[in-house]
Design a protein around this ligand. Structure first.
Ligand code: CU
Length: 470
């Protein structure tokens, strides 16, 4: 009995002396929207002891589960790490605050309301506990931590996974795949992509044809090669978790080498070139699910479609369809992207369809286009990933007829533009450590092509892309 009294006495004494030596101030719980099943608790902890105190956990009748977390910046990402304990050195103050240590309060028994006070017990390694009254307050969301994100449909573990995924080099699509991926809400992202395509003459059906074939079709000129370079500038802003807006503007450079097949200048080579800003693309992205999104875009005819250059005789002439920079038409672009990120690899698919409704003022339009792009990526280190891809594109013929059309070269023939082409692609993604900048590189070469020709056809297409989240 005496032992019991002594024990009880000791318990109360130590309890009270303990409480006076550890002070908790500003205990606050962040008010969350009603459907959110998770929030965070913050407070200031003062250790007046002459030795360190170790916080090992917290419990409350109000929450099904409480964990101690530490938010940490890892490159461009905030990560939350579960802590088994937090040590508070002798005679120091430790702040539990956004972007730092916090209590992760999960599975509330009922909805939390403003100014409600909730008791939470803090447990220390010494075996003591401290009862703290927390007050529910509205906190602004300017600080970036987990509560800024939408918790309504994901639990903490999934969110942790998402953040882990976003810091992976293969989170961003390979450079040859079109952009358009929902990012963090209220974030602005800039992108620059440089693409190049080398084309050779010529191909008809599934086999290549030479200049004699083209001469046999009574053309007096043939293209020999063509190079296309595109500088694509893009900006994306995420309105919220569901919607993002995107604008893309290309600067295009084209060069074509021609050869005279008959007449006085037979055998003569000639180069023509065109350059300028292409068609502006305005897109809305809608996150359809956690792994997929839908893109609806309008192509605005900001690019020139009556580019001229000097011909072999030095006369300024309208250049054929493939050398034009813009389409001259308002076009609808629909896209769908899916990406799944697994433990040590990821894969994705993207579909794109360009539909052109109207003819431009010169009386023609480019054909519709359908594309499918598949890829699989694998991180080979923290910052590098490699990818293998496959794409299939179907391009339709030009419709209508330009009033400047000439019968001298196959590039002016509206029926020599449709093709079905399959390519394999290889790519590398690199995420600059501790930065928000990513670089991607991808090259592809055709493995199957069936063209309406004679038509020029690419041997190699390469893209290098940069993106930076602000
Ligand atoms: Cu947390």
């Amino acid at each position: 009995m005496r032992v019991l009294i002594k024990f009880v006495l000791m318990f109360f004494l130590s309890q009270s002396s303990f409480a006076s030596s550890i002070d908790v101030d500003n205990a606050t719980i962040r008010l969350m929207p009603p459907n959110v099943q998770m929030t965070a608790g913050y407070f200031t902890l003062t250790n007046n002891f002459n030795d360190e105190q170790i916080l090992v956990g917290a419990k409350s009748n109000f929450f099904g589960k409480i964990e101690i977390h530490l938010s940490k910046k890892d490159g461009d990402m905030m990560k939350m790490l579960k802590q088994d304990s937090v040590s508070i050195s002798a005679n120091t103050i430790l702040e539990f605050k956004p972007m730092g240590y916090h209590l992760m309060l999960m599975k509330p028994k009922e909805n939390i309301s403003l100014n409600q006070s909730i008791d939470i017990n803090l447990f220390f390694a010494s075996g003591k506990k401290l009862k703290v009254q927390f007050l529910v307050k509205k906190m602004d969301h300017s600080e970036m931590d987990h509560s800024e994100m939408d918790h309504s449909e994901m639990d903490h573990m999934k969110m942790g996974n998402m953040m882990k995924n976003m810091s992976r080099p293969d989170f961003v699509y390979p450079a040859g795949v079109k952009g358009g991926k929902n990012m963090m809400p209220k974030k602005l992202m800039f992108g620059y992509k440089f693409g190049t395509m080398e084309m050779k003459c010529c191909r008809d059906g599934t086999s290549s044809v030479d200049e004699n074939f083209i001469k046999g079709l009574s053309y007096s000129m043939t293209p020999i090669s063509m190079t296309m370079r595109m500088h694509m500038m893009s900006a994306m802003y995420a309105l919220d978790n569901k919607f993002s807006l995107m604008a893309m503007l290309p600067y295009v450079e084209k060069e074509m080498e021609m050869k005279m097949l008959s007449g006085m200048m037979m055998g003569k080579l000639h180069k023509t070139s065109s350059r300028g800003f292409g068609d502006l693309n305005l897109a809305a992205l809608y996150r359809y699910s956690k792994k997929s999104n839908i893109k609806v875009a309008i192509s605005i005819p900001s690019g020139e479609f009556n580019e001229k250059d000097h011909n072999m005789s030095g006369v300024l002439k309208m250049m054929p369809y493939p050398m034009q920079i813009g389409s001259g038409t308002y076009d609808l672009i629909l896209g769908y992207s899916f990406q799944e990120i697994l433990n040590n690899w990821s894969y994705g698919v993207q579909l794109n369809a360009v539909t052109r409704f109207d003819y431009n003022s010169e009386g023609w339009k480019y054909g519709d286009r359908r594309e499918i792009n598949l890829w699989a990526s694998r991180p080979i280190s923290k910052n590098f990933s490699i990818s293998l891809g496959f794409d299939l594109e179907h391009q339709e013929n030009i419709q209508g007829r330009s009033s400047f059309r000439m019968g001298t070269t196959p590039t002016w023939n509206e029926y020599f533009h449709s093709h079905l082409r399959a390519s394999t692609n290889f790519g590398v993604n690199y995420k600059i450590p501790n930065s928000m900048t990513r670089i991607g590189f991808q090259c592809g070469t055709p493995i199957y092509r069936d063209v309406n020709g004679p038509q020029m056809d690419p041997d190699l297409k390469c893209n290098i892309g940069f993106s930076k989240m602000m």
